[in-house]
Structures are given as structure tokens and as C-alpha cells.
Design a protein around this ligand. Structure first.
Ligand code: EPZ
Length: 420
């Protein structure tokens, strides 16, 4: 098991170039199943989850290659025989693999996809995914831990209204409807920027897909897809993570390769907390922030405050001079980082889905355990600002979603190394 060793209290300064978005790459890779023409995807983050998705597509039969040097993925499915099976062994570590269900079913009229199962942050149900596919004409059974989906005449355009907002279910529905016969209207969609990236990619493949309401999409399904080259958007959660690192212990950090217009809520919260930011459209400078003010936030679907930054901003709240609160409204168990932060000296109480953080506390280095992707990066942030040494165990969680984390932090003078 690899671990990260961090010697705290090193002021950070330097430049960070943000990688491509994991959560945009995964649905775009899934959507490539629809197309027999050549597809080239660039700016892909070569993180574990993306590698797992590539393995899954290879298993299904996709002719897919990663060019590590140029950080590109090339797919050429001409005359490829597909297996419409996504096995448990590949989905158990990467639940997002369930978004191959829509494209497999829409393209090949059947699919057998493992139920993804839960994870540290929640049970991760897929009922909304299945609701959408049934509306499009799928016949779905659950058997032995698998979703067995059939549509002998292919999927047909339909009106779908999600009872609650789900990123993955929106993505499955959009991809399936893109290859269905006829027009679909999908309401109460998630509107995360990563979904916009998927829509932009589908448009490039010649799908007629547009927003026709705040959370409503119209899709005219087509079988005539075109070859497409697509550059993945930047990772906004990685961006938020490094801004918080700068707010915690930075003197001057410049973050580039971003579009600040999709970070409105995060930047508004950080400014309210007193973080010194110079914001341009494609770059952010974080300067030494002396007094951090407490704040109360609630996680919500985009454009609300992202649940994927909840663990990270909690570390900043330990430095605020007062009491902050976080209401976690998206996942039922997303406070796994709290016991570890408390072991480092943070003062945090949890009541139901609300965490109360009493600052300001001086954190002390400790041996801690990562439990999920964003919890693990919050422990790294805590290690950067804590006195003495912090050892973060089970860093495989981190490697799922952060590309070259240590290198980027080392380039900003952090004392961080990996023990193999
Ligand atoms: C995506 O997960 C992201 N993953 C998550 O990021 C992110 O935290 C989440 O969206 C919310 O923004 C990827 O994009 C690969 P949801 P997803 O469906 O699609 C419930 C990370 O750290 N729900 O929007 O699984 C669900 O239980 C990961 O990069 C149902 O009830 O999230 C949750 O409470 C972690 N039924 C809520 O909806 C369903 O069928 C939101 O989940 C689906 C979801």
C-alpha cells in the first residue's frame, strides 16, 4: 500500500497547470461506444478511473488506445464486434462504469451491466438511470447483481422527467437518447459543466442536442454519427482543491488552464471567507490570506456548492476564526474525513448531515487513513498546514482522481513524497 509523507508548514508558491476533468472524460468515453467513426480525445487526465474506463471499453470490444506522451485517447470502432457486458470486477472499483449501460443498450439493443454497488460515501443507487432507460423503451430486470436490459426494436425518443437531480443518470439518459429513434425531452437534468462537455462532444459527433429550458434538454436521436476530435474541459474540482491549498498556506500560487466562469459559487464562498484572490477568465492567483472568516455552506447540484469540494473546504474552515457549518445534502455518508481531521486536532461535531467546525485550531501531523477520493485529498491539505509530519495511507483513493498531485505540490515548494 503506498502512502504520502507530508512535512507541514511549508509556505506554497509557484504555478499549477490544471489537468483535464476526470468527470467529463468518463461519460465522453462511454458515449464513444455509439460511434464507429474515429474519435480522438485530448487533454485527458491519465488517472486511475480513466484507465479503468479504458479497460472496461477494451473488455467490451472497443478499439481504444491511450497515447500517454500526448495525453490523448484514440478510438476506432470500425467493424469491431462488441460484448454487451460490463462485469462486476471492473465496476466494483469504478461505479461510474454504469454509464456504459445507456450507450450499449441504445446501440446494440441489449446490455448486461453489473450493479455498481456502494462505496464509502453512499449506497449509490441507480434507480434514476433505470427510470430514464425504461422511458426510452428498455425492458429491465435485476438478476444476480446485474442489470439485464433489452430493447429488441431499439430505443425510442421519449419525454423523461427526473424526480431528483442525478449527474450519472442525466449522462446515461443523454447518451442513450442520442442514438434512439426520434426526439427526446429530458427534464430536471443535472447541469454540471462536465455534462455540458458531454453535450459539446455529442454535438461534435453530429447529435442534435440543445438546452430548451433551465434543466431541460431536447435530443434528436441519430444513427449518422461523425468522426470527432475533442479536448476535455479542465478539472474544476482539482482547481478548487489547489485554491484551498493556497488559501491554507500559500504566499502566491498561480493556477492556469481553467475557465473561472464555471467556478462562480466556489469563488464567492472563498472570497467571503477572506481568501485573497486575483481572478482572470483563464487564471487565478491566490495570495497570502491572513484572516480566514467562518462561513456556513450547503452542498447542492450545480450551480450550488459542489459536494466534491466539501472535504477540502472543511480543512480551510478549521483555520477560520469562528464557527463554520457544512450541510451535506448530496451523499448520505460523506464525512469520513472528519474522524481523521479530529485526530489531527480539528474541532468538528457532526449532527445528522451537518458538520460544525470550530476554528481556529492548530493542526498536528499524524498517521491518517484515506477512505475516498476527496476525503484523501482533504487529509493532504491538512498535512500541508499541520505542524510536523503527516502520513496519508491508502493513497490509491487519491490516484483515482488527481493527476501528478505530489509533483504539482512539490513544484510549489511543498515537502511531500510517496512511499512505495
Ligand atoms: C457524480 O456522481 C460524480 N462522479 C461525483 O464525483 C459527484 O460527487 C456527484 O456526481 C455529485 O456531483 C462522476 O461524475 C464520475 P449523482 P454520481 O447521481 O453521478 C442519488 C468524485 O469525487 N442517486 O448526481 O454518482 C445519489 O445517491 C465523484 O469525483 C439516486 O438516488 O452522483 C446521490 O445521493 C464522487 N439514484 C445523489 O443522487 C440514482 O439513480 C446525487 O448522485 C442516482 C443517484
Amino acid at each position: 500500500m503506498q502512502k504520502l509523507i507530508i512535512k507541514g508548514k511549508r509556505n506554497l508558491s509557484g504555478n499549477i497547470k490544471i489537468s483535464g476533468s476526470k468527470n467529463a472524460t468518463l461519460p465522453i468515453l462511454a458515449a464513444s461506444i455509439l460511434n464507429n467513426q474515429k474519435i480522438e480525445i485530448s487533454n485527458t487526465p491519465l488517472v486511475k478511473d480513466v484507465i479503468t474506463m479504458v479497460e472496461l471499453l477494451k473488455y467490451i470490444g472497443s478499439n481504444i488506445k491511450i497515447n500517454y506522451k500526448r495525453k490523448k485517447i484514440v478510438i476506432n470502432n470500425k467493424k469491431k464486434k462488441f460484448r454487451t457486458l460490463a462485469p462486476y470486477k471492473l465496476l466494483k472499483t469504478m461505479r461510474a462504469g454504469v454509464i456504459v449501460l445507456g450507450p450499449l443498450l441504445s446501440k446494440f439493443k441489449k446490455a448486461k451491466v453489473s450493479l455498481p454497488g456502494g462505496c464509502a460515501i453512499g449506497t449509490r443507487p441507480v434507480n434514476l438511470h433505470l427510470l430514464a432507460l425504461k422511458k426510452l423503451g428498455a425492458n429491465i430486470k435485476i438478476k444476480n447483481g446485474y442489470i439485464l436490459a433489452k430493447a429488441k426494436n431499439g430505443l425510442r425518443g421519449a419525454k423523461i422527467k427526473f424526480p431528483s437531480i442525478s449527474v450519472g443518470a442525466t449522462e446515461n439518459a443523454i447518451i442513450a437518447a442520442s442514438y434512439a429513434d426520434g426526439v427526446s425531452y429530458i427534464s430536471n437534468c443535472a447541469t454540471e459543466p462536465e455534462i455540458q462537455d458531454l453535450i459539446n462532444f455529442l454535438k461534435k459527433m453530429n447529435v442534435n442536442i440543445n438546452w430548451v429550458g433551465k434543466r431541460k434538454i431536447k435530443i434528436e436521436g441519430t444513427k449518422k454519427l461523425k468522426s470527432a476530435n475533442y479536448k476535455i474541459m479542465f478539472d474544476r474540482i482539482e482547481t478548487g482543491t489547489f485554491i484551498i491549498a493556497g488559501a491554507l498556506i500559500g504566499t502566491k500560487i498561480v493556477i492556469s488552464g481553467i475557465e473561472t466562469k464555471v467556478l462562480k459559487k466556489e469563488l464567492q464562498v472563498l472570497k467571503k471567507m477572506g481568501v485573497k484572490l486575483e481572478i482572470k477568465s483563464k487564471e487565478i492567483k491566490i495570495l497570502k490570506s491572513r484572516k480566514i472568516k467562518p462561513i456556513s455552506i450547503t452542498t447542492a447540484p450545480y450551480p450550488g456548492f459542489p459536494t466534491d469540494l466539501q472535504a477540502q473546504i472543511m480543512v480551510l474552515m478549521t483555520k477560520a476564526n469562528g464557527i463554520s457549518t457544512i450541510k451535506e445534502n448530496i451523499f448520505e455518508n460523506r464525512f469520513m474525513h472528519v474522524p481523521e481531521l479530529i485526530r489531527m486536532g480539528a474541532k468538528i461535531n457532526i449532527l445528522d448531515n451537518v458538520a460544525k467546525i470550530t476554528g481556529s485550531s492548530n493542526l498536528n501531523g499524524a498517521e491518517v487513513m484515506a477512505t475516498d477520493l476527496r476525503a484523501s485529498v482533504s487529509l493532504v491539505l491538512a498535512g500541508l498546514v499541520a505542524k510536523n509530519k503527516t502520513t496519508v495511507n491508502r493513497v490509491y483513493h487519491l490516484d483515482r482522481g488527481y493527476e501528478f498531485l505530489e509533483k504539482k505540490l512539490k513544484n510549489c515548494k511543498a515537502a511531500i513524497s510517496r512511499l512505495h
